[in-house]
Design a protein around this ligand. Sequence first.
Ligand SMILES: Nc1ncnc2c1ncn2[C@@H]1O[C@H](COP(=O)(O)OP(=O)(O)OP(=O)(O)O)[C@@H](O)[C@H]1O
Ligand SMILES: [Mg+2]
Length: 508
Amino acid sequence: MAEMFDSFKEHSIAEFFKKNRHMLGFSGKVRSLTTVIHEYVTNSLDACEEAGILPYIKVEIHSMGDKYKVVVQDNGPGIPRELIGKALGQMLAGTKFHRYMQQRGQQGIGAAGCTMFSLLTTGKPIHVISAHNGTAVSCDVSIDFKTNKPVVKNIVERPATFHGLIIEGFFGDVKFDKGQYGPLEYIKRTAIANPHATIELITPDGEKYLFKRSIDRVPQKPKEVKPHPLGIGPHDLIEFAKASNAKKLSSFLINDFSRVTQKKVNELKELLPDIDFNKDPKALSWQEAERIVKAIHKIKWIAPQTDAVIPIGKEQIEKSLNNVLKPQFVTVVERQPRIYRGGIPFVVEVGIAYGLTDESFPFKGSVMRFANRAPLLFDAAGCAITQAVKSIDWKRYNIQNFDEEPIAVFVNLSSVHVPYVSAGKQAIANEEEIVKEIKNGIMEAARTIKTFIRKRYKAKEIEKKRKALLRYVNRLSEDLAALSGFSQEELKQKLMQLVEERYKLGGG
Ligand SMILES: Nc1ncnc2c1ncn2[C@@H]1O[C@H](COP(=O)(O)OP(=O)(O)OP(=O)(O)O)[C@@H](O)[C@H]1O
Ligand SMILES: [Mg+2]
């Protein structure tokens, strides 16, 4: 019996994800390659946005026998030398995890996950060139899986006149594909949701795709806000307490959350007389955290600020949908910010593009899902956006068969905290308030589409009648000329004029 525990060991998070790489999106050859591109491109966009730089991102995918080399280059701020290892070679490390701010990344796993995937499939580290504050550092980064610590080698430093990050990685067990789930579609969608970015893609066949920015303005920088007490669970409370500098539970609550005042703490004290609010917040037990969260839900709070969520913008989405998809008709709805779980602000934007041609967008009945401007290509079935689209009765909006029509529905959810279903960040959890809001947004946009389709249908009908009548004009003018002696040409002109007036487009 005793031997059973001889093999008892602790495992690092890196070892955990090594075994469970599918949780990070590394499953299936096509998906794995798209995941790599997704992680690097979202990081580049985040970094540029934070530094107030208009992003120029270049993605190259080279085929090397049964492996691929991926190079992603950006013009962002780069990473300071001492942080390169942690940023790209350690899981759960980054600038975003402890922040309450609308960014694409939130966990500190993405980039290190790619380093892990390269090590697992080719045995090679990631090669990095980081130009930051006038110095370019090039090095190779890998992970020590046992300790989840970065290993940085071959460091070379030189002065630099440029700034940005270049990452070069070799990946096996991946495949380039031009379909719905491949890097090209991913980048196309990224370009749609980020009209301020220029993105270049070079495919393994040497084809070059350039998505030029349609707006020369960096999006408004998202604000870092403190979480609202109604939006947190016991686990968050303990996590925040660990990261806090406050010495007492009461000051932790007041300092680290929004809308918590001494008066509110007193109300909590009344509900929880046996909890010591002078205790060290780091000593908070799970049970206490659970009771505090319950008590929080019993008292009245001022609603959270919603100015921390920044939508893409109606005009911007319209521009980029037109630019990239070239549809016959586009309508975009920007909803007001709302709150989910009582305390987390979010805002929904919906665009519908109709009348897409095969050259610009060959997929019928498409749903383009985005969270904080990052496209979500996978795990559609479990996503709040898919659920909302499915719940719409499209026939009411003159869309007879959604899956077969040249229509694309664009939905972007912006929030300081997107409730992803898993660490792979490809599906939004079915939070009731979110699903409802997306549904309302789609219905609002669909009403405009309905009018457009009705008008277009009417116009087609009129055109049919007009053509039919014009066919008779020739014959009729000939007969009338013979009967009356008037000039046939003159009769024909007059009759044509009559038909045109009656059935001109929009008339009738
Ligand atoms: N292109 C880049 N330019 C500047 N800094 C970067 C870049 N890529 C990554 N970083 C830094 O490295 C950190 C780790 O990146 P990583 O993708 O692992 O995590 P994240 O983006 O914070 O969260 P997520 O796991 O949700 O992607 C980032 O938080 C950021 O500080
Ligand atoms: Mg990231």
